[in-house]
Structures are given as structure tokens and as C-alpha cells.
Write a protein that binds this ligand. Structure first.
Ligand SMILES: Cc1cc2nc3c(=O)[nH]c(=O)nc-3n(C[C@H](O)[C@H](O)[C@H](O)COP(=O)(O)OP(=O)(O)OC[C@H]3O[C@@H](n4cnc5c(N)ncnc54)[C@H](O)[C@@H]3O)c2cc1C
Length: 380
């Protein structure tokens, strides 16, 4: 699948940046669970916090294909960086780009696109509302000219380092997914409590937290879009988010593949190069074929998005396939490398832990299958 010259050039630049700046710190980030400030600033200077934000708001103004490339290349060397960039761009800034009024765009997009004062987050999931995100229990009650918000969110990426986030809350007491609205919450708003960082199996350098809203008061101007449109908005945001989690999975698969390929090309077994053995040949061939197929699905969805076409079906297929083959490819890479792949000195054991998120976050594999089949049953 061909890239345009500009996209290919961007891919080369991000690859070089990721290999030179991110990769050397990937193990430290995983070990300590801390994201180094100097590296964070370098990501900001490179423009990774405003990839698709319009140029007039201080962003890079790049297309979705370039965005997918950036997430893939970052994830190829460091999953924690990949998810941080993906969540910030797809979930943190995109709601402002798509649903903000001009005042909200002017106020929030430029600082988010720079990232210097912190990132953006998206608070949708609750303890009892994961896959069934419409079951949100967080409530917003109107009192005079303000909204009083109470409730909890969980597993919110970048929450500890966010300057602002968008949350969903029920503004009308009607059953199901109707009556949900979106609100902008600035860090430091009284009643907004950020919980402790979760101790995760993988993506340990990515900041994931619980949030609580305790009689948090917001003026009407903090509502994003129209009242009652929250569910529709997050469905649109998650369609785009699937491209980025797919791209993250793809990067992890490619990183594991590159490591395994190098191993096979430079090692021997029973006095013969490993490349001579069918067992290695087949694994390498299978991995490469699946990775390329996933890349086709992801870039295809990204191109449809850039052409302003519907991507519900395509992005669900891309996310489902990329996540599942990535899990398989990382496992196969460890199998090829053998015992050394089990050690912390290789990136494979980290990738093995990091990749599991891809089949859970932003819609589990089961939910993607539901989305895909529903679309097929609907069509003639
Ligand atoms: C590291 C990490 C980062 C995250 N970041 C964010 C974030 O930034 N913002 C945010 O809002 N959320 C975030 N999430 C939450 C994530 O989107 C949810 O975990 C996800 O939606 C699944 O919800 P759940 O974990 O509650 O699983 P559940 O919904 O409880 O599902 C449990 C199992 O049941 C299956 N299942 C559920 N419903 C059905 C069904 N109808 N048919 C068949 N099977 C079904 C699921 O596929 C899954 O296997 C994050 C999660 C993680 C782990």
C-alpha cells in the first residue's frame, strides 16, 4: 500500500525520532513507571501532541494516515509512549476539534496541541460502565446557571498528567444511552479528585487513574456540544480511537517481528543458519503477512476518515484484527527467540505485557465483533 511522498517522509522522520530518542528510554520507563520530563518535552517539540490539530490552533494539521504512522512508530519502540500519544490525540484533543464551539477551540486546542502544560484525557468508563458505556452513573444536575456533577470514572489514560479532560454524565433521568452529555473539566476544578496511579501489568509508563466528581460545579459554557448528544459524540470519537489502538497494536507487532527477524538472520542451530529451518521460515512468513494485512486495514480506515466517509465497520475490523494478530506476533517472536525473549534485557517480555491492552481498551475484541456483525446484518 503506497504512501504519498509527504506521508513517507513523515514516517521516516518519526521512525528516526523514535529510534534515537524514545527507544533508549523504553526499558527505564517500564521499570520505573515514570515518564521522563525531558523526553516528554521532546515529544512536544516534535509535534506529537498535536498531530491532527489544525495549524491555526498550533497543531501539525496532518491527516489520519500520518497520525496512524506516528502511533505505530512510537509503539514499535515503546508501548507506553504509543498509548500516551494515541489517547491524547484521539481522545484528548479530538472532542474539541469535532464538537467544540469557536471559543472552546481557541481556549483549549492550542495548549493541548503543545502539551507543555499537560495532556488531554477522555473520561467515559466507569466501574459499572465499560463495554456498556451508555450505563453511565455519573450525573449532572442543573442548579440555577450551573451543573452540579457527582460520580466516578476509572481507567482514564493520562489522567494524572492532564490539563483538561472531557467527561460524560447523565443530564436527563431517562433509561439507556439517551440523556448523556459531555463536559469539559479543567484540572483544579473544585470537587474534581484525581485518584492514585493504577499499578498495571503492562504500559507501565502510561498514567491510568480513577477520577471522582464530588459536587463539582461547572458553568453552562463547559458543556461540549449540545445537551443530550454525549453518547453520539463518544461513538464518533471511539470510531477514530480504534484506528489509533489498531496502530498501536501494529507497532508492537512490528517491533516484535523486527527483533525476531534479526535473531533468525544472525543465529544458528545445529551448525546451520536458522534461516535454513522451515519452522523459523514459516513463523516469519506468517507474522509478516499478518502485519501487512493489519497495516492495510488500518491505513484503509484512515484514508476513509480523511475522505470524510463512514468508518464504523472499517475501524472496528482494523482494531480487531490488528490487536489479535499483534498478541499472536509478540507470542511467536518470543517463541522464535526462546529463553532470551523471557528476559527483561530484550524488549519482547515488555511487549508481551503491553500488547494485552489492545484487545481490551477502546472496545474489547468481542465488542468489535458485535459492531462488525451489526453493520453486516444492517446492509442489504
Ligand atoms: C490501560 C487502559 C486504559 C484505558 N483508558 C481509558 C480511557 O482513557 N478512557 C476511558 O473512558 N476508558 C479507558 N479504558 C477503559 C476501557 O475502554 C474498558 O476497559 C473497555 O471498554 C472494556 O470495559 P471493561 O473493562 O469494563 O469490561 P466489561 O465491559 O466488563 O467486559 C468484560 C468482558 O465481557 C465481554 N463483554 C461485555 N459485553 C459483552 C457483550 N455484549 N457481548 C459479548 N461479550 C461482552 C467483554 O468483551 C470482556 O471480555 C482503559 C482501559 C485500560 C485497561
Amino acid at each position: 500500500m503506497e504512501l504519498r511522498d509527504k506521508q513517507q517522509h513523515y514516517r521516516d522522520q518519526v521512525r528516526e525520532f523514535a529510534v534515537q530518542e524514545i527507544e533508549p528510554l523504553a526499558r527505564q520507563i517500564d521499570d520505573t513507571g515514570e515518564y521522563p520530563r525531558e523526553l516528554f518535552d521532546k515529544l512536544s517539540d516534535f509535534g506529537l501532541f498535536g498531530i491532527q490539530a489544525p495549524v491555526e490552533y498550533g497543531g501539525q494539521g496532518l491527516d489520519t494516515v500520518s497520525y496512524a504512522i506516528a502511533v505505530e512508530e512510537a509503539s514499535r519502540v515503546c508501548g507506553s509512549t504509543g498509548i500516551m500519544v494515541a489517547a491524547h490525540n484521539s481522545l484528548g484533543i479530538m472532542p474539541f476539534i469535532l464538537f467544540g464551539n469557536s471559543q472552546q477551540k481557541e481556549q483549549y486546542i492550542p495548549p493541548l496541541a503543545s502539551g507543555k502544560n499537560g495532556l488531554g484525557s477522555f473520561g467515559l468508563t466507569e466501574p459499572g460502565a465499560g463495554s456498556d458505556a451508555g450505563a453511565t452513573k455519573t450525573v449532572a444536575v442543573r442548579e440555577d446557571s450551573e451543573w452540579v456533577i457527582n460520580g466516578n470514572k476509572c481507567f482514564i489514560t493520562n489522567a494524572g498528567m492532564c490539563q483538561v479532560l472531557v467527561i460524560t454524565a447523565k443530564t436527563e433521568k431517562i433509561p439507556g444511552s439517551r440523556g448523556i452529555s459531555s463536559f469539559i473539566v479543567d484540572r483544579g476544578t473544585p470537587g474534581f479528585v484525581v485518584g492514585k496511579k493504577e499499578d498495571k501489568m503492562g504500559l507501565r509508563g502510561s498514567d491510568t487513574r480513577e477520577l471522582a466528581f464530588e459536587n463539582m460545579r461547572l458553568p453552562q459554557e463547559k458543556m461540549l456540544g449540545n445537551e443530550g448528544e454525549g453518547f453520539k459524540q463518544f461513538m464518533i470519537i471511539l470510531d477514530g480511537g480504534r484506528i489509533s489502538i489498531g496502530a498501536m497494536a501494529l507497532g508492537l507487532a512490528q517491533g516484535a517481528f523486527d527483533y525476531a527477524l534479526e535473531h533468525v538472520k544472525t543465529s544458528s542451530f545445529l551448525g546451520k543458519p536458522k534461516t535454513n529451518y522451515q519452522s523459523y521460515q514459516w513463523k516469519i512468513a506468517d507474522m509478516y503477512t499478518k502485519i501487512q494485512a493489519a497495516r492495510h486495514l488500518i491505513w484503509h480506515s484512515a484514508r476513509l476518515e480523511d475522505a470524510h466517509q463512514k468508518i464504523v465497520l472499517e475501524s472496528a475490523m482494523a482494531k480487531l484484527y490488528a490487536s489479535e494478530i499483534a498478541t499472536e506476533c509478540v507470542r511467536m517472536a518470543m517463541q522464535i527467540v526462546g529463553q532470551r525473549g523471557y528476559l527483561e534485557e530484550t524488549p519482547l517480555e515488555r511487549m508481551y505485557r503491553d500488547v494485552r491492552l489492545c484487545e481490551v481498551g477502546e472496545g474489547t475484541s468481542e465488542i468489535q465483533r458485535i459492531v462488525i456483525s451489526r453493520n453486516l446484518f444492517k446492509s442489504k
